[in-house]
Design a binder for this molecule. Sequence first.
Ligand code: SAM
Length: 314
Amino acid sequence: MAQGKVLEQRTDDEIDKACVQEEAPDAIHFDVFTLFPSMFTGPLSESILARAQKKDILTITLHNIRDYATDRHHTCDGYPYGGGGGMVMRPEPVARAVETVLNRPQGWQLPEASAHFDLPAWEPDKPPVAGHPAPVVLLTPQGRRFNQDVAAELSKHSRLALVCGRYEGVDERIRTQLITDELSIGDFVLSGGEFAALAIIDAVTRLLPGVLGHETGAYNDSFSDGLSGILEGPQFTRPPEFRGESVPEVLTSGHHANVQRWRRQQSLLRTLERRPDLLALACETGRLTPEDLLFLSRQGWRPPGSSDDPLPNG
Ligand code: SAM
């Protein structure tokens, strides 16, 4: 993550430049491999993701792994060797789907009529070709943790393949032979990778220039460079008073510099309260300004490892 001054200290020109992701492509294409393509229909046809597709910033091709199963019953799962509960996704349909698609131009999709019986030729025993045109990401609770930095990293690619597992997961040989990255969206187990894939598509897409309507885009969101990796503070809108609780006066003062200072301080306070680990990281990576550090020290916070770091028991 780039080291940076906080937004309030940047000139408008600097903000404009920083808001456009360095090296970000103009558009991104996702190839999603799933046994349940219709799970994507609703989420992809609403709001920001729908608009990004309309603007051709986002394109997605959904590939039904079952279409690549050639036996009579289109089987995609099998009992686990060695016993145990549940089923495991068989390697052939997954490998066939991914290799068939990634060896073809971006946007290619198996014609419906070709499913199962009229598939493009594929040599199951041929070792996978090194150097896919796109990272092949397996969604798995065992993967590296997806976060805003990983979203920013993925947003530099113009094409990504996402493989959604089901049942007890995919046969290990898919992981060893085909997969170039493994991502988890958290320490919990979903029934399938589809919701994880959608979370990743959404988080990555909103980072691309032109996707969000407002000028600073995702630059000022929690975890982002514009906030030096910490949490965003509280937000208010109309009405000025709701059930006896008023909007903080400073926000209606029209004093831009005071508003910015207040926002930064709220952001620091919120992070101190909820995610002090993020403050420590921002400090370690030189992303807190002297003003931030002074404000935090008044709240009793000390950079980890500093000589006057309070003892763990107070
Ligand atoms: N047996 C696997 C394990 O214990 O690691 C869990 C399999 S889970 C029931 C089925 C599929 O859901 C996985 O193959 C993966 O694709 C997806 N999945 C579940 N939790 C996930 C998470 N936290 N992040 C990303 N994908 C997840």
